[in-house]
Design a protein around this ligand. Structure first.
Ligand SMILES: CN(C)C(=N)NCCC[C@H](N)C(=O)O
Length: 297
């Protein structure tokens, strides 16, 4: 059964009325990128990787953010930590408060220190976690609500902890398909803040792959986000949902053809960025992008 709802919603805005919001991101150049271990189904160490290609593709993403008028901070890559390019897992930041990561697997544990040091050095109010969590890979801010993923990486206890740190409503969602092991592989926030467009209120909205969630989570999402875009299994499987939106421009994989059309129908501007090399490590556009909200630099 197809899960796509491609018809434009009654409230759909035209591309010219979708409001772009300024963003500040943290990225990490993949100078040491390779696949030398397996901690997700996409990672096959026997398959060759090309670090130069990874850097070139990453550079296009970086340049695109700047061309769109966003700010990008950089954290130095560390030799021996090939997954550091996926900065989304390096923390979760709201209002200048940075909740640090505690990685599920030993292979990534060494990244926590450099990320926490970076937040401190850049003036963030930094909180060191007790619970296992992989940052914005599993925590997504939609309006004032934190959607929190669990099942493969971040624990249910980290959902309680993130709620205590930020004092916001946290909705726990359970992921069930190992290919979609972080929330940001199965759900995209399209309008990260509530806003006003075309003279009227613009509700924060999302796109997601229903089949990646258990029945309880699907019911919650359907109830809270009746206008959400449902992405097809085909587009989900090419990491179409691992995308970054500024409310108007949505950076997505060029392979997610159906999602691209769905976005256009809703008045967003899809911007196609190919990160095929970084997909070999199990990450895409969103994984390489950590939003720094309310940073004090
Ligand atoms: C979209 N995703 C999954 C992310 N937020 N991060 C990618 C992490 C990839 C890394 N090899 C790992 O398995 O942890």
């Amino acid at each position: 059964m197809s899960t796509q709802n491609t018809a434009p919603a009654a409230h759909a805005l035209s591309a010219s009325t979708r409001m772009q919001h300024h963003r500040r991101y943290l990225m990490c150049r993949p100078e040491h990128f390779t696949v030398s271990y397996t901690i997700n189904p996409w990672m096959v160490p026997a398959n060759p990787t090309d670090t130069a290609v990874a850097v070139r593709q990453w550079q296009t993403l970086y340049d695109t953010y700047l061309a769109l008028g966003h700010e990008v901070e950089l954290i130095d890559p560390v030799e021996g930590l090939p997954d550091m390019v996926y900065t989304a897992n390096g923390g979760f930041v709201i209002d200048g408060v940075a909740y640090g990561p505690k990685f599920r697997f030993q292979e990534r544990a060494g990244e926590a220190g450099p990320f926490i040091d970076w937040f401190r050095a850049y003036g963030f109010d930094t909180r060191v976690p007790v619970e296992v969590n992989e940052g914005e890979g599993d925590f997504l801010l939609v309006g004032d609500t934190i959607l929190a993923g669990t099942g493969f990486r971040s624990t249910g206890d980290s959902h309680r902890e993130v709620g205590e740190v930020f004092g916001r409503e946290v909705i726990s969602l359970s992921l069930t398909d190992p290919r979609f092991y972080h929330l940001d592989t199965a759900l995209t926030v399209l309008d990260p803040v509530e806003g006003v467009a075309d003279g009227g209120p613009e509700r924060a909205n999302i796109a997601y792959l229903p089949a990646a969630f258990d029945a309880r989570s699907q019911a919650i999402l359907a109830e809270r986000y009746p206008d959400a875009i449902h992405v097809s299994d085909e587009d989900g499987a090419v990491f179409g949902l691992n995308s970054a939106s500024d409310g108007r421009n949505v950076l997505i994989s060029p392979r997610a053809k159906g999602f691209e059309r769905q976005l256009r129908d809703r008045g967003y501007n899809p911007v196609l960025i190919d990160l095929s090399e970084l997909l070999l490590g199990g990450g895409g556009i969103k994984c390489c992008t950590l939003e720094l909200r309310g940073a004090t630099s």
